[in-house]
Design a protein around this ligand. Structure first.
Ligand SMILES: [Zn+2]
Length: 274
């Protein structure tokens, strides 16, 4: 599943290929590709001019010369590709936006959890995004306020990290990696963590995600490729996620896998004590 670093890589690709273009034709090929709360059909995008492309957490949006935005979520397997018109359609092509340079912006999604939709603005962000908290790279991210919230939360830290209304963009992989780096057990109750531990955790989240951003995100899921069709390669540097049964690189103890909040959690039982 694409996480924040992958989505940011996609945003950079879209920015490179789509900003300044006008959409000349729209074709939707699957009903689930349109968000049910979209304020209008995607075909209303005809003749829209594409401005800035933004991201919050895993949501992307295209500013248009319209009062609404085109919002996109990649879901489990969504990808954007820029293709020449002449290129044969991909098997799971869901939406085709033809651009005024005769290229096509294609939305491809095998599992159909991804979507596109039109959304009015609520302040600076589209309605679809208004309940999503800023991610750690967002200028609106308030580190002090977040530390206070974390100190009071009575739930398991892993669940809180995945809660998009607290802090967005930390998915399962980067939650496990950040907890490993900060030496915190995924089931530790948030309010039991010292101020220093919370500070260390936020630094870990930042460093793990920054590293992933530099490397173009992870892509162990072969369904996922970025806007240019290239996969990331961050999976080679994962320390905890998906490494159950292998040894911790810090202390040589076997990494374990447990379920926290319905999600797989990988941790070192020696470095990350409960
Ligand atoms: Zn260890």
């Amino acid at each position: 599943m694409p996480e924040l670093p992958e989505v940011e890589t996609v945003r950079l690709g879209l920015e490179k290929w789509c900003v300044g273009r006008t959409i000349t034709r729209v074709e939707t090929l699957h009903p689930r590709a349109t968000n049910p709360h979209s304020i209008a059909a995607l075909t209303s995008l005809k003749r829209a001019h594409i401005g800035q492309i933004c991201r919050r957490g895993k949501f992307l949006w295209f500013h248009l010369d319209r009062p609404y935005a085109l919002v996109a979520h990649l879901g489990m397997s969504g990808q954007f590709r820029i293709q020449d018109k002449a290129m044969v359609d991909e098997k799971h092509l869901r939406v085709r936006l033809t651009l005024d340079n005769h290229q096509e912006l294609r939305f491809i999604d095998q599992r159909t959890f991804g979507w596109l939709g039109l959304s009015n603005f609520d302040g600076d962000v589209p309605d679809f995004v208004k309940d999503i908290a800023p991610d750690i790279f967002d200028p609106a991210f308030d580190r002090k306020a977040l530390k206070k919230i974390l100190q009071k939360k009575k739930s398991e830290i892993k669940r809180v990290l995945l809660d998009q209304s607290v802090m967005s963009g930390v998915g399962n992989i980067y939650a496990d990696e950040s907890l490993w780096l900060a030496k915190i057990h995924p089931q530790r109750s948030c309010d039991s963590l010292s101020r220093a531990k919370i500070k260390a955790l936020l630094s870990s989240v930042e460093s793990v995600m920054s590293k992933a951003l530099l490397e173009g995100g992870t892509s162990f899921d072969s369904l996922y490729t970025n806007v240019n069709g290239e996969s990331g390669y961050f999976e080679h540097s994962l320390e905890a996620y998906g490494r159950d049964g292998e040894n911790c690189s810090r202390c040589d103890t076997q990494i374990r896998r447990i379920i926290v909040g319905g999600r797989s959690s990988h941790f070192c039982p020696r470095c990350q004590r409960l």
